[in-house]
Design a protein around this ligand. Structure first.
Ligand SMILES: Cc1cc2nc3c(=O)[nH]c(=O)nc-3n(C[C@H](O)[C@H](O)[C@H](O)COP(=O)(O)O)c2cc1C
Length: 356
């Protein structure tokens, strides 16, 4: 096949057009900040700043004002570095959800991506602003519910939908049992089902596949199935521009396939991580007593959980892997070099064209 002179179909989300149909997935607690997001946007993709944990630090007691200030700072910084498309990821499960959504809208980000729960009230905060809203779902049921709810209560539909499968990194939208017993529906199946529903709306809702998408063959597979784009996170960790500590990137580079494991996260969801001594200790039932300073997740019962996930994430972001770990997708072991975002996106585009 000849890739010369061919270009990828751009990702269109309303009036937003990303020349490269790749959204860089939001990665919380200081993994995807302005540096990574702007670099991706500059290459024609969609750069996403993850809002959770931007204001966390060991030296200052956290409150939502600090978090909001940090989020506004990152959005403005990203805007100063690119004219491309910048989004913000706000997990529905976090206590600061409403403040962060309002701040992102006030800062006129191009889009908000929200999962880790059902962001049923997301359109409520728009105030007439043209910010695109993309929920993350892991089932056709969740997609239908959000469409019905938004349509009924706000007379609008999602501007796009991220369909996240069980091979994603971070917290997963499946039960621990489904993941461990390999019973979760495949991403291919969920994407196919959701496209059939998304295509019935006018205009059709763009479907974006996420979770384990690693190379051009994967991207082409979903585009050929009718998806409008993909969301990729893990691959962007191993770039020069990724904002996280070098030790985090190294954890992925050093990982072998059987180092990628599933934990029962203290916040009640399964999570995919790179196994290390800390993870092994927690899996054996060890606990790390703590005073909750972040109150990050609405449902976390911090008096009974074995350790603080936010603290573990802050440690990891700062390179301390004795008391932290890296979230990563199922294909993290395939990352074998740290490269510029430009190089990564160019190679992904070239590979994809070979399979389209
Ligand atoms: C380190 C890390 C942190 C993440 N943090 C978030 C987050 O804050 N919010 C969210 O919705 N998803 C989060 N995710 C999920 C990604 O945005 C993305 O959808 C998923 O990882 C895609 O799969 P991939 O990593 O295999 O490409 C995270 C993933 C990783 C690897």
């Amino acid at each position: 096949m000849n890739a010369i002179n061919k270009i990828l179909p751009p990702l269109k989300i309303g009036n937003l057009i990303a020349e490269v149909p790749i959204i860089q997935g939001g990665m919380g607690v200081k993994v995807s900040m302005a540096g990574l997001a702007s670099a991706v946007a500059n290459e024609g993709g969609v750069g996403v700043i993850a809002s959770v944990g931007l204001g966390y630090s060991k030296s200052t007691r956290y409150n939502v004002d600090i978090g909001e200030k940090a989020l506004r700072y990152e959005i403005r910084k990203a805007r100063s570095l690119t004219n491309g498309i910048i989004g913000v990821n706000v997990m529905y499960a976090i206590s600061d959800y409403e403040r962060f959504v309002k701040a992102a809208i006030d800062e006129n980000v191009d889009l908000i991506i929200s999962g880790a729960g059902m962001p049923v009230d997301l359109p409520r905060y728009l105030n007439g602003k043209n910010v695109k809203l993309l929920p993350i779902v892991s089932s056709i049921r969740a997609f239908k519910l959000i469409c019905e709810f938004w349509n009924h209560n706000y007379k609008r539909l999602p501007d796009g939908v991220i369909v996240e499968g069980s091979k994603a990194g971070g917290h997963l939208g499946f039960s621990y049992k489904e993941i461990i017993e390999n019973k979760a529906q495949s991403l291919e199946q969920i994407v196919t089902d959701i496209i059939t529903i998304a295509d019935t709306y006018t205009p059709r809702i763009p479907v974006i596949a996420a979770g384990g998408v690693f190379d051009g063959a994967d991207i082409a597979k979903y585009l050929n199935m009718g998806a409008s784009g993909v969301q990729m996170a893990t691959r962007f960790i191993c770039t020069n521009e990724c904002d996280v500590h070098e030790n985090f990137k190294k954890a992925l580079l050093d990982a072998k396939e059987n180092d990628i494991t599933i934990i029962k996260s203290p916040v009640g969801m399964p999570g995919r991580v790179v196994k290390n001594e800390f993870v092994k200790r927690m899996q054996k039932g060890e606990t790390v007593p703590f005073n909750c300073t972040y109150h990050c997740i609405k449902t976390c019962n911090y008096k009974t959980v074995p350790y603080c996930i936010a603290k573990a994430m802050v440690n990891a972001a700062e390179g301390n892997f004795d008391e932290g770990f890296a979230f990563a997708g199922a294909n993290a072991h395939r990352c074998n070099e740290i490269i510029p975002v430009k190089t990564l996106i160019k190679s992904l585009v070239d590979e994809t064209l070979l399979y389209l």
